[in-house]
Design a protein around this ligand. Structure first.
Ligand SMILES: [Fe+2]
Ligand SMILES: [Fe+2]
Length: 172
């Protein structure tokens, strides 16, 4: 544990920060697995573009899990040791893919990102001016989650537009 490092935290209990970070840590692993499995099962039109995006997001969520685990350890905490804890501690849950169609998969993924944005925005607000190191880490993650939402939404809109144009041209 970084003793002097922790002494610069003002107006927040370190145990409270660790608790919040462990919940986010559970979210990141579940998000990682959700993207991993979605990339394997996704079907339908333009699925290759979706696979590229889903694989990139999986790698990002795993990188976020690493960043959070490292910060928890710095603070003197222990990252969740058992995957069973992930479902108990998660904020955003796990959206099991039931419909493998590319549009449905992207919609599930967008929901997950929107939840992640709310979670990190809340941690950013709580740590601002109080725990600058955690603040910096969660701000970086928040920026990635905003980008994720935008990338997925743009791909979703491209695919739905393409499909509707195709239907129109078939009717002619
Ligand atoms: Fe993430
Ligand atoms: Fe994300």
């Amino acid at each position: 544990m970084a003793r002097v490092g922790n002494s610069i935290i003002k107006g927040l209990e370190v145990s409270e920060i660790i608790k919040l970070l462990n919940k986010a840590y559970a979210d990141e692993w579940l998000a990682y697995y959700q993207y991993f499995i979605e990339s394997k099962v996704v079907k339908g039109i333009m699925k290759d573009a979706a696979i590229t995006e889903l694989d990139q997001h999986a790698a990002d969520e795993l990188r976020h899990a690493t960043m959070i685990a490292d910060r928890i350890l710095q603070l003197g905490g222990t990252p969740l040791l058992n995957p069973k804890e992930w479902m108990k501690k998660t904020n955003c849950g796990y959206e099991e893919p039931k419909n493998f169609d590319v549009v449905a998969i992207l919609e599930d993924a967008i929901k997950g990102e929107q939840c992640a944005i709310k979670v990190y925005s809340n941690i950013v607000d709580l740590t601002r001016d109080k725990d600058i190191v955690t603040y910096d880490i969660v701000s970086q993650i928040l920026a990635d989650e905003v980008e994720h939402e935008e990338d997925l939404q743009a791909l979703h809109d491209d695919i739905t537009e393409f499909v509707s144009d195709l239907k129109k041209s078939l009717k002619k």
